[in-house]
Design a protein around this ligand. Structure first.
Ligand code: HPA
Length: 279
């Protein structure tokens, strides 16, 4: 069964009185940025477990809550912990938090993740600005009855990752002396990593990085006409590109090592957005 607007609003009604402010930006904290909120003065939080029928992450190390804080003077709602298709949730459950953050008032979405590098020019520890995505191998989160109040039945996808935001991200990286690669992110369902043959296929298809999140969240946000920025931490080279087997430990270690640079970049982008909002 696909979600109706009324069901969505019922969930929003459960949390709307707990918001400390109207957020301007929604930020999804992927692997490596899980500690992003720790250095901020937190104005409010809503654990996912306190929201009825909310998908709760089962992945170790993913704390599940909405966190509200000012970042560089801008009111931001953060998702500390996201849910994934590989946990067994339907695509529309995976994008529910994005929809709720839009209902809270956020017009801009910053998506972050850890991803495997498919492009031979990438190194573990690189950051990659997402220029576009390939979501053809996962279920579309808009399948089912369209929620007309959120967006149109057949949304245009010609510029999901906002050009002005990309320019801001590149300018911010340059100002901070952070090298920022650019490329196409391909989402798989997971949870197994890819086989070497799949990685060769994905490279042929134009992918630069591969991961298990983000693209369907971007599809749902684009449906609601949010402005979207996506950044991947390249936590490893994809399967078959080195002799070593791939482990979640390696992914986590590189993401943790890259966290400070990632934090600086994301905060710098929010600062730039704040100047635009006059925050
Ligand atoms: N593949 C898929 N998802 C990932 C990877 C990968 O190599 N690294 C981090 N998330």
């Amino acid at each position: 069964m696909s979600e109706s607007y009324n069901e969505l609003m019922k969930k929003f009604d459960e949390i709307k009185n707990r918001l400390p402010f109207v957020p301007k930006i929604a930020l999804i904290l992927g692997s490596g940025l899980g500690g992003y909120a720790d250095g901020l003065e937190i104005k409010g939080e809503i654990p996912y477990s306190e929201i009825p029928e909310f998908p709760v992450s089962t992945v170790e190390g993913h704390r599940g809550r909405f966190v509200f804080a000012y970042v560089e003077g801008v009111p931001v709602v953060m998702m500390q912990g996201r849910v994934h298709l590989y946990e067994g949730y339907a695509a529309e459950d995976v994008v529910l938090p994005v929809r709720l953050m839009k209902l809270m008032g956020a017009e801009t979405l910053i998506l972050t993740n850890a991803a495997g590098g498919v492009n031979f020019d990438f190194q573990p520890g690189d950051l990659m600005l997402i220029t576009d995505h390939i979501a053809s191998f996962v279920v579309n989160p808009l399948a089912g009855r369209n929620i007309d109040r959120l967006g149109v039945r057949f949304p245009d996808m010609s510029e999901v990752y906002d050009k002005k935001l990309r320019e801001l991200a590149l300018k911010t990286a340059e100002r901070l002396g952070i090298s920022l690669k650019q490329g196409v992110y391909l989402q798989t369902a997971g949870p197994s990593y890819e086989s070497p043959a799949e990685i060769r296929m994905y490279r042929t298809l134009g992918a630069d990085a591969v991961g298990m999140s983000t693209a369907i969240e971007a599809i749902a946000a684009n449906h609601m006409k949010m402005r979207i920025c996506g950044i991947s931490c390249i936590s490893n080279l994809a399967c078959g590109m080195t002799d070593k087997p791939l482990t979640h430990k390696e992914v986590k270690e590189t993401a943790d090592r890259t966290a400070e640079k990632f934090r600086q970049l994301v905060s710098g982008i929010i600062r730039g957005l704040g100047e635009e909002y006059g925050a």
